[in-house]
Design a protein around this ligand. Structure first.
Ligand code: F6P
Length: 358
């Protein structure tokens, strides 16, 4: 029987989303002969009247969008339908409009590509409205549980690693300590992986509280060993020594940002070193997806459509042990997957002599 399935991207964008969309179309339209409807701007597209959608067909079936960063469908990380921000500032529950939009389109299932926040919202909507949901994890932060990797993570790691490749020669030329602040809301995965791959001397992550005297000791010992520069990577969610997050913006729009400058200034004062700070920001989310994100996106998209075909819903596709599996969405959103303080990468960093600030 011909089905009509919807696909949407929700939350912050990242590289590899278009590879997922393409795979959903190839499998859904090409493989099963179904109709695949792209929903624009995440759940906002289902809230709009008429729903803001487009049929996805061979335009996205070629290999062009596989290489594109961002999402051809658009997305938002501000439209929680259960507390939708109205123009007068009041939050309004608009969840029923979304379920209504799903029904108006005659969708048999919805494939939602999102991080833990989006998957949480989509699941609540699905349960409330009886929508058939399959989730696909994406986030540069890589903090969705039950999957080893999420879409976008490896591209962000590649960008942060390249930043270190570029910072190292200028650090050495000027005898400076370079601080690189990377993203990762409440998880240090990007900082740790890029720090190892990019040869950092110090990596500060939110999972491991740091001390200035430990950072100073590392810089002093590098100096004693004849090194004239140092590379520090700090994740945006790292707290100051006083245990405070550094944020920017106001009210509900608070975002992490600024811990890199705090570290740069405190390290300069403690060691006398000349420091410079680079805040990498959203470049980690854009650009061409690296091969692992295209691969993951393709595998996830195909498996998600196969789940719909098998009538298996309320499941999230996941990467485990070089294989695509699926798990209950509820298990994936129960708690975020943060860096394991005793895990392989922490042990690798310590084994390499990288200071983790403790
Ligand atoms: O969750 C992804 C992420 O890029 C975080 O790493 C970062 O803190 C946040 O989104 C930035 O959000 P925005 O795009 O709203 O500035």
């Amino acid at each position: 029987m011909t089905k009509r399935i919807g696909v949407l991207t929700s939350g912050g964008d990242c590289s590899g989303l278009n590879a997922v969309i393409r795979a959903v179309v190839r499998r859904g339209v090409g493989g099963y002969g179904w109709r695949v409807t792209g929903i624009r701007q995440g759940t906002l597209g289902l809230m709009t009247r008429p729903p803001d959608v487009e049929d996805l067909d061979f335009g996205v079936n070629d290999a062009t969008i596989l290489r594109l960063g961002g999402t051809i469908l658009g997305t938002t990380n501000k439209g929680d339908p259960f507390a939708f921000p109205m123009s007068d500032g009041r939050p309004l529950d608009r969840s029923t409009e979304i379920v209504e939009g799903y029904r108006m389109l005659g969708l048999d299932a919805l494939i939602g590509i999102g991080g833990d926040g989006s998957l949480h919202i989509l699941r609540r909507l699905a349960q409330q409205g009886g929508m058939n949901l399959v989730g696909i994890p994406k986030t540069i932060d890589n903090d969705v549980a039950m999957t080893e990797d999420s879409i976008g993570y490896w591209t962000a790691v590649a960008v942060a690693t390249e930043a270190l490749d570029r910072l190292q020669p200028t650090a050495a030329s000027h005898s400076r300590v370079m601080v690189l602040e990377v993203m990762g809301r409440d998880a240090g995965h990007i900082a740790l992986a890029a720090g190892i791959a990019g040869g950092a001397d110090i990596v500060l992550i939110p999972e491991i509280p740091w001390r200035l005297d430990k950072v100073k000791a590392q810089i002093d010992s590098l100096k004693t060993a004849g090194r004239n520069f140092a590379l520090i990577v700090v994740a945006e969610a790292v707290r100051t020594e006083a245990g405070v997050h550094v944020t920017r913006g106001q009210g509900g729009a608070q975002r992490y940002g600024g811990i890199g400058h705090y570290v740069g200034e405190t390290v300069a004062a403690a060691t006398g070193a000349e420091t410079r700070v680079t805040v990498l920001g959203h470049v980690q989310r854009g650009g061409q997806p690296v091969a692992p994100d295209r691969l993951l996106g393709s595998a996830f998209g195909v498996h998600a459509v196969d789940l719909v075909a098998a009538g298996k819903f309320d499941r999230m596709v996941a990467w485990s042990n070089r294989s695509v599996i699926d798990v209950p969405i509820a298990d994936a959103i129960r708690q975020p997957h943060i860096v394991d303080r005793d895990g392989a990468l922490v042990r690798t960093a310590r084994g390499l002599g990288i200071c983790l600030g403790d």
